[in-house]
Design a protein around this ligand. Structure first.
Ligand code: ZN
Length: 151
């Protein structure tokens, strides 16, 4: 198996290693209003994402637990850091832009720190690792809405 980090720029590599070693918001959230599980069978990555949204739809707190490769954990860690404090709509826009970035379409705006994840474009099998947390958050904040409608 080839080294997935081979070819990544040094800075990118450093950020991913740092978030993998010390993942931010790596805990379950007792007062989560939304949560979802994500699984990437190709790599074995498994995540649960927890979010607490307030009445105005703003993500007040965001966390994750699980296990997986360095890229899946670093991506989840960066996501919790960056999406906290954003509205649900802003998170959905960011989800679309991150997805575009990972699948080789360049988003219109600068994604800042998240650009470190763009290195996985060179490793198609790793795109799912990097996008897993984002898909899981997307499901979490949309699923609960559906549940709420049926109540
Ligand atoms: Zn993975």
């Amino acid at each position: 198996m080839s080294d997935p980090f081979n070819g990544l720029r040094e800075l990118y590599q450093e950020v991913i290693f740092d978030h993998n070693r010390n993942p931010r918001n790596f805990r379950a959230l007792d007062e989560a209003t939304h949560s979802a599980d994500g699984h990437n069978p190709l790599c074995g990555d498994q995540l649960t994402v927890y979010a607490r949204l307030n009445d105005g739809g703003v993500v007040e707190d965001l966390s994750f637990i699980g296990h997986g490769c360095a890229i899946s954990k670093a991506s989840a860690s960066l996501m919790t850091e960056i999406c906290k404090g954003k509205s649900k709509d802003e998170v959905e826009l960011l989800f679309n832009d991150v997805h575009a970035m990972l699948t080789d379409k360049h988003p219109d705006r600068d994604l800042g720190k998240l650009e470190v994840l763009s290195g996985v474009r060179e490793f198609p099998a790793r795109v799912k690792c990097a996008s897993l947390a984002w898909h899981t958050l997307h499901n979490a904040i949309n699923q609960a809405q559906e549940v709420a409608k049926t109540e």
